[in-house]
Design a protein around this ligand. Structure first.
Ligand SMILES: Nc1nc2c(ncn2[C@@H]2O[C@H](COP(=O)(O)OP(=O)(O)OP(=O)(O)O)[C@@H](O)[C@H]2O)c(=O)[nH]1
Ligand SMILES: [Zn+2]
Length: 352
């Protein structure tokens, strides 16, 4: 990893006596970071935690941070500053909670993984593309388990219809040469995050890419002075090729929060230019060019339904998040909504 290439940040860090590090693992506000002097456990400085308003204000895997190094490698480093991110990938936490979960930062390429077996699902791929478009990272599609493809040619054709500019790579982890397209694609020094639902074969791909450099040699268990290691959701690894990868296991549901649905459905956007009403919802309006395309068979009804579903889900989650933020602000100022009401009552009473 290149710790020198951070221009202003490196200068700023050095001026403050801090070191530049990259977050390689997070778990319950505990961090594992990689520094020029090797891996360290780290925690966020109290001052920084106090200023943090959102989940986004805390470091996540892939973040470049400025740290105060401990005297002793067994002790924790302190994360003092978070460097600006080139990309950040968010998802809505599982369930009804609208809190965003930071998945990874400073990712150059999101590798959207989809298995070619019975779990192949174009609508899910559209969802991943929408999230990727809003992340700031570039996206490529990795089709896994080619040995189990139901109909490879037809599947590739249907992916090509929705993939836009994203490159499509096909992998088969059961064959020695089955990862060559992916290996040719990946460049040293760049950061790749594998994204996909549970079981698509992300860990299998990463293990193959790691080759003999086993996961154990990469993780920093040795530096955990307590001798235990809580398994975490995300991990940043450096491959023998020099590429940097972030695994994101266990993603059962990718809730839309930051997502650019319109950019992902450029075909529908282009058609919508010809709708009679500029605010057409493409549902029942007269003169709707999108519905006309469906009627003519130029646009699949499934794809239109997928677009509308994703638009609606995103709007709902953004609204929920707005409310959650407001509540968080109230909690910070008053402790709780109840205390805020009590405070307002007391102000009123005093006025009388
Ligand atoms: N047939 C076949 N099976 C594969 C291939 N790649 C992975 N598998 C199998 O698919 C299953 C899931 O693979 P994992 O690599 O654990 O999937 P994952 O995406 O990391 O899953 P999570 O860790 O739950 O996110 C395992 O049983 C693998 O052996 C492949 O190319 N072909
Ligand atoms: Zn319309």
């Amino acid at each position: 990893m290149n710790f020198k290439n951070y221009g202003d940040y490196t200068a700023q860090a050095l001026a403050s006596g801090f070191s530049i590090a990259r977050v390689i693992e997070t778990s319950h506000q505990q961090y594992m970071i990689m520094t020029e002097a090797g891996p360290y456990r780290a925690q966020v400085a109290g001052r920084m935690a106090n200023l943090a308003l959102d989940a986004e204000d805390f470091p996540t895997v892939g973040d470049w941070v400025q740290v105060r190094m401990p005297e002793n490698q067994a002790d924790m480093a302190t994360i003092e500053r978070l460097n600006a991110r080139t990309s950040v990938f968010l998802r809505k936490a599982a369930g009804r909670r609208s809190e965003p979960q930071l998945v990874a930062a400073n990712v150059d390429w999101l590798l959207l993984c989809m298995a070619l077996d019975a779990n192949f699902n174009l609508r899910r791929l559209e969802r991943y593309l929408a999230v990727a478009t809003a992340s700031g990272a570039q996206a490529a599609i990795v089709l896994t388990k080619a040995d189990r493809a139901t109909d490879l040619a037809a599947q590739l054709a249907s992916v090509a219809e929705i993939s836009g500019a994203a490159q499509v790579l096909v992998c088969d982890a059961t064959k020695p040469s089955g990862l060559s397209e992916l290996q040719t694609f990946m460049q040293p020094q760049l950061t790749y995050a594998f994204l996909g639902s549970s079981g698509v074969g992300k860990s299998t791909l990463i293990n193959h890419l790691m080759g003999t450099a086993s996961l154990a040699t990469q993780t920093v268990r040795a530096s955990d002075s307590h001798g235990r290691h809580t398994t975490t959701a995300r991990q940043l690894l450096v491959l023998p090729s020099g590429s940097i990868v972030i695994d994101t296991p266990g993603m059962r549901e990718l809730g839309l929060l930051a997502a650019d649905v319109d950019a992902t459905f450029e075909d529908i956007q282009a058609l919508a230019q010809h709708c009679r009403f500029s605010d057409c919802t493409h549902q029942h309006e007269p003169g709707c060019a999108v519905q006309a395309a469906v009627a003519q068979g130029a646009l699949s009804a499934d794809r239109l339904a997928s677009y509308q579903r994703l638009k609606q889900e995103r709007a709902q989650n953004v609204e929920m998040r707005g409310k959650a933020r407001e509540n968080a602000k109230i909690d910070r100022m008053f402790g709780s909504k109840k205390q805020m009401k009590a405070f307002r009552q007391s102000v009123k009473a005093r006025r009388r």
